[in-house]
Design a protein around this ligand. Structure first.
Ligand SMILES: Nc1ncnc2c1ncn2[C@@H]1O[C@H](COP(=O)(O)OP(=O)(O)O)[C@@H](O)[C@H]1O
Ligand SMILES: [Mg+2]
Length: 272
């Protein structure tokens, strides 16, 4: 087995008296997709912010290539090759595709005080990188980000991370706000990033999306890893039940119909 690109060992995170993450241990290797599943409030965002240098672990270790690392700010994690893509792609609607691709790292032409942003070059590189990921609809780097679909923005953000040498790609609910077709598109891009050898951490509460791309799965419940398994070990129903905290969906459905029956069709004020 190769050394994981990224590993967490017994990571705890508390905010003052509030313990959010409990002894989280996870690994992800190059060319592997780790799906992090969990209901709202399970601690998924806190976990990725800890990996992205936004939060420091209260206890425990983060290792890259087997060596302990410590991030004081997001820039440190980025410099180590950890790229985080958020739900909306994290880009500015009024920026062009070329600009947003290079924001902070624009190619320039000229010299010294005469240096100017090389728009043509930026556009060429950005469009090529995006098309290499199979997004052929993007062919003009001057187009504004605001004109792209949600799926295209996500894809652009992923292509950008790969272009700038990310080794770990963290995707926080990339498909949550997308329709079926757009989501399928983003899932294909995730597979492409994996094929190129990135270690991918894919956060979702959509079991079908996780099953479509995941090699390895971890279910987070109230800040702890409640289950950790590999592709093929659990069915869709088993995973859904795990996320619901061990309550089977059948139990939940029975509970809901009995609640509805006792409410006699009128929800009680307490449930409003
Ligand atoms: N900065 C913070 N201070 C206090 N509590 C927090 C903070 N950030 C998150 N939490 C709490 O941690 C829990 C997990 O939140 P979060 O990581 O956003 O979950 P998820 O992304 O799985 O929905 C929630 O109960 C939330 O209120
Ligand atoms: Mg979240």
């Amino acid at each position: 087995m190769t050394t994981p690109v990224l590993e967490l060992r017994s990571v705890d995170k508390s905010f003052g008296p509030i313990d959010v993450l409990h002894k989280i241990s996870l690994k992800v290797r190059a060319g592997e997709v780790l799906c992090l599943l969990g209901d709202n409030g399970a601690g998924k965002s806190t976990l990725i912010k800890t990996l992205a240098g936004v939060h420091k672990p209260t206890r425990g270790q983060i290792l890259m290539d087997g060596k302990e690392v410590s991030f004081d700010r997001p820039r440190d994690a980025q410099d180590m090759g950890i790229a985080t893509v958020h739900q909306f792609g994290g880009t500015f609607p009024l920026m062009s595709i070329g600009r947003s691709f290079f924001v902070g790292a624009e190619p320039t032409k000229g010299w010294g005080p005469f240096k100017i942003y090389d728009r043509k070059k930026a556009n060429e590189i950005a469009v090529k990188a995006v098309q290499d990921f199979g997004i052929t609809r993007v062919d003009d780097g001057d187009r504004l980000i605001g004109g792209l679909s949600g799926g295209e923005r996500q894809s652009l953000a992923i292509a950008r991370a790969v272009h700038f040498g990310a080794r770990v790609l963290i995707l926080d609910e990339p498909t949550a706000a997308l329709g079926v077709k757009q989501a399928a598109h983003v899932l294909r891009i995730v597979k492409e990033a994996q094929r190129r050898g990135l270690a991918v951490i894919f956060i979702t509460h959509q079991v079908m999306h996780a099953m479509a791309v995941g090699d390895h799965f971890a279910v987070l419940i109230r800040g702890a890893v409640a289950a950790d398994f590999v592709k093929g070990q659990k069915s869709r129903e088993e995973i859904t039940d795990l996320m619901a905290g061990g309550e089977t969906m059948a139990d939940l459905e029975a509970q809901i119909s009995s609640d509805l029956a006792t409410a006699d069709g009128h929800p009680s004020p307490a449930t409003l």
